[in-house]
Design a protein around this ligand. Structure first.
Ligand code: ADP
Ligand code: ZN
Ligand code: ZN
Length: 753
């Protein structure tokens, strides 16, 4: 090792679990280089783009063999130091290749080496006031009137180029319109507004009054909302995690908005993370309507340029609110004041492939590093969060009632043992539906299985239509006349006769949403039935169109999968039927009952809003199931308590910590050989505090033509587990058996498949 060298630690997108050391080229001023800039580096026999993570004065490698990093692509750091620090922690915690981690925080255009644009696009849009303005009011100011009329042409706002085509020298005129609150600036460039952390407060407030015209809110908060807002606002200058527990409609979003308002008034930014399914135009509109300031939204509809622009406006501080799903947790900011994470229990916060991380846990870490509060909201908090409340790491804030006094629906279990119901609908449920429909109300049926039927079998010889590449049955899609595998996507025509015995006696077994829909048409010929699942919503805009049909009252019966369970308000639904609660109860995953309880509460939450009390019926073959009983009789909180006790006794998370090493290969032996070698290797580092389980076949052993095995690591001590992983994981890359498999490590796995 040589001392006093100028060494660059560079992250390069590669599957290797380390950074790479380079020397600065002679034309590069080492001292001026900031971590967070991109450099062009030779890698293998090609050139690639790396990100400077740190500077060092020595390398573990022979300095004479180090290559030179040549061109520096950026003058200033792309990623601020807090994000670099966060990513460093993340790469270590998840034991994931750092190159993939750092680069996942950059927009694609920057990953590819495009230059950093120095300006984001600024757009101007009429405010509500501007839109409503009577033209005569601007009689005295024809130029303002002209500009106003020009902006009327652009409902989504216009950029400078668009306005230039209509009017010359319009900028001073625009300032006047902004002053009169007739126009909102919806995206601001860095040059126009610098939220300076060092500037004194007065200055910030003056800027703020201009850019963030916070409309006054008329709603009077409930006592519980007031208390929650106050607790959070008291902690704006320090780290604190809050769990905001309240059913849908209890006013959580209103709490978020008040907290964000306080943060914006301080001249700081708010990061809002929502589940994939929660990022709807309506949800974003609520934020835009409340605050007349720049909101950066990361949604899947953005093209790369727009994404970069939103990213820049977050990074330079010109966007006061940043809204996005999982990956937005890594968005750089100039002056972050709070993180809000809604529906914290939602599985979509966990990335389940590639770089596997929990955006919720990363968000808590980020808040901690930035010394700011984080608010985690849910009607059905995860057991992890509730455990953190019990151990006083998180502070619990509860919103007990629905705003406006709407009643909670009554939930009843419907014992369907020995009841004949080939289409999934019991006679009792059908009768209840008739009663509710007669009163002009809507009915929602929930079934977590799309397609017509989950199995096709031969009555004569017992043949079952099986996916050739997975351990799974083919699902029948009657309308399309196809059979499909929901695990690997295999898709083939429906057969008319048994391929084994040529019998025509092929029977479908069980029911999916498509079959239930068909049955409903026969039972209720005069009602319009709306099916919402992945098959009916694939087309762009289809989902919204179906929701419109529900909300306009055009459709009376809704049948759908979990797409229906979350977030949507159906004020006229008074009966919710859960067609099959048993699927989840029989799952091998230890989190299955937690998920089922969350799902039931979410589904039940669709009913009985406003003045119409709702009813929920759950069809089950397990009416005595203890957790189900607790859920129904005593509510989610009691259920969670009981479930946590079970977890503690079974030594499962959150009382212990898990990591799952998965391996898969076309060769049926290779995964086991790799995992055995891995386990053997661990003996070198093995501490008595980490228990190994496996190699064992994955719950679905064959999927998409690959055989899958796993090795589970469990420990009471997170530190011991990570100490082992830190030494062990890089060594796995070097095992010769590793070359024959695809393997991955999942720290804190959420699903065991
Ligand atoms: P959640 O996010 O928990 O589903 P919201 O904040 O969306 O709840 O509130 C549900 C509805 O009640 C919204 O229409 C909201 O405007 C309204 N609301 C929220 N708080 C109050 C309040 N204090 N007084 C009156 N209406 C409220
Ligand atoms: Zn047959
Ligand atoms: Zn398959």
């Amino acid at each position: 090792m040589q001392e006093n060298q100028s060494v660059l630690r560079i992250s390069i997108p590669s599957p290797l679990r380390r950074l790479f050391d380079y020397l600065p080229a002679s034309n590069v001023e080492f001292d001026k280089l900031q971590p967070g800039v991109r450099l062009q580096v030779p890698f293998g026999n090609r050139k690639t783009i790396g990100l400077l993570v740190a500077k060092a004065d020595s390398s573990d490698f022979d300095a004479n063999k180090l290559k030179q990093a040549s061109d520096v692509l950026d003058e200033t750091a792309l990623l601020p130091s807090d994000i670099l620090e966060l990513l460093t922690w993340v790469a270590r915690y998840y034991h994931h290749p750092p190159g993939e981690v750092y680069f996942s925080a950059l927009p694609t255009l920057l990953r590819k080496g495009n230059p950093l644009p120095d300006n984001s696009i600024k757009r101007w849009r009429l405010s509500d006031q501007g839109r409503a303005l009577d033209a005569t009011a601007l009689r005295q100011a024809p130029r303002q009137l002209k500009l106003l009329e020009c902006l009327r042409l652009f409902a989504e706002g216009a950029d400078a180029e668009q306005i230039n085509q209509q009017q010359v020298n319009w900028r001073p005129v625009m300032s006047k319109l902004i002053e009169k609150q007739l126009v909102d600036v919806i995206e601001v460039s860095a040059a126009d507004l610098e939220i300076n952390t060092a500037a004194d407060k007065q200055d910030i407030e003056a800027q703020d009054a201009e850019v963030c015209k916070l409309s006054d809110t008329q709603l009077e908060l409930s006592d519980a909302q007031n208390h929650a807002v106050k607790q959070i606002k008291d902690k704006l200058d320090q780290f604190q995690a809050f769990l905001l527990e309240g059913v849908t409609g209890s006013g959580k979003t209103e709490v978020y908005l008040r907290v964000i308002e306080a943060v914006i008034r301080q001249g700081r930014q708010a990061l809002v993370l929502v589940p994939e399914i929660g990022l709807t135009p309506q949800m974003v509109a609520r934020f835009r309507d409340r605050f007349h300031c720049a909101v950066a939204v990361f949604h899947s509809g953005l093209n790369e340029k727009q994404r970069l622009s939103a990213w820049l406006s977050a990074r330079d501080g010109s966007a006061s609110i940043i809204i996005g799903t999982r990956s937005a947790v890594f968005t750089p900011t100039a002056n972050l004041g709070v993180i809000i994470l809604d529906e914290e229990h939602d599985l979509s916060f966990k990335q389940q492939e590639g770089f596997r991380y929990s955006a919720r846990d990363v968000a808590v870490k980020r808040a901690h590093q930035n010394n700011i509060p984080i608010v985690l909201g849910s009607a059905t908090p995860s057991l992890e969060c509730l455990h953190n409340v019990q151990t006083q790491r998180f502070e619990l804030l509860t919103l007990p009632e629905r705003v406006g006094g709407a009643q909670h629906p009554g939930i009843r279990l419907l014992d369907v043992r020995a009841v004949k119901m080939p289409e999934g609908l019991s006679p009792v449920l059908l009768e209840m539906m008739r009663q509710h429909l007669k009163k002009g109300n809507q009915v929602l049926l929930f079934l977590n299985r799309r397609g017509y039927a989950p199995a096709l079998l031969c009555h004569d010889c017992g043949w079952v239509s099986h996916c050739q590449r997975c351990d799974a049955n083919m699902t029948i899609h009657q309308r399309d006349h196809r059979q499909r595998c929901h695990h690997c996507g295999a898709d083939k025509p429906l057969v008319e006769s048994c391929p084994e015995c040529q019998s025509k006696e092929l029977h479908t077994y069980g029911a999916g949403t498509e079959r239930v829909e068909q049955a409903l048409m026969a039972h209720f010929p005069d009602k319009k039935i709306i099916r919402i699942d992945r098959d009916t919503t694939r087309r762009k805009g289809a989902f919204e169109a179906l929701l419109d049909q529900v909300n306009s009252g055009e459709g009376q019966i809704l049948i759908g999968t979990q797409l229906l369970a979350k977030g949507h308000h159906f004020p006229n639904v008074t009966l919710v039927g859960v067609l099959n609660a048993d699927n989840e109860l029989f799952s091998s995953d230890f989190r299955a009952s937690e998920r089922m309880a969350q799902l039931l509460v979410q589904v039940a939450g669709r009913a009985g809003r406003a003045e119409k009390p709702g009813e929920v019926l759950i069809q089950t073959h397990q009416p005595e199931h203890p957790l189900l009983q607790t859920m129904i009789k005593q509510g989610y909180q009691q259920f969670a308590k009981q479930a946590l006790d079970e977890r503690r006794m079974a030594e499962l998370p959150p009382y212990t910590h898990l990591a799952l090493l998965r391996a898969e290969a076309v060769d049926s032996q290779a995964p086991e050989h790799f995992l055995q070698a891995a386990r053997k290797l661990s003996a070198e580092y093995q501490s008595s505090q980490v228990t190994f389980l496996g190699p064992l076949p994955a719950p679905m052993e064959k999927r998409a033509g690959r055989f899958r095995m796993q090795l589970l690591l469990q420990s009471d001590s997170r530190a011991s587990l990570h100490q082992l992983l830190q030494h062990w994981t890089p060594r796995l890359e070097t095992l010769k058996q590793a070359r024959k498999v695809r393997w991955s490590l999942d720290v804190d796995p959420m699903e065991m498949f």
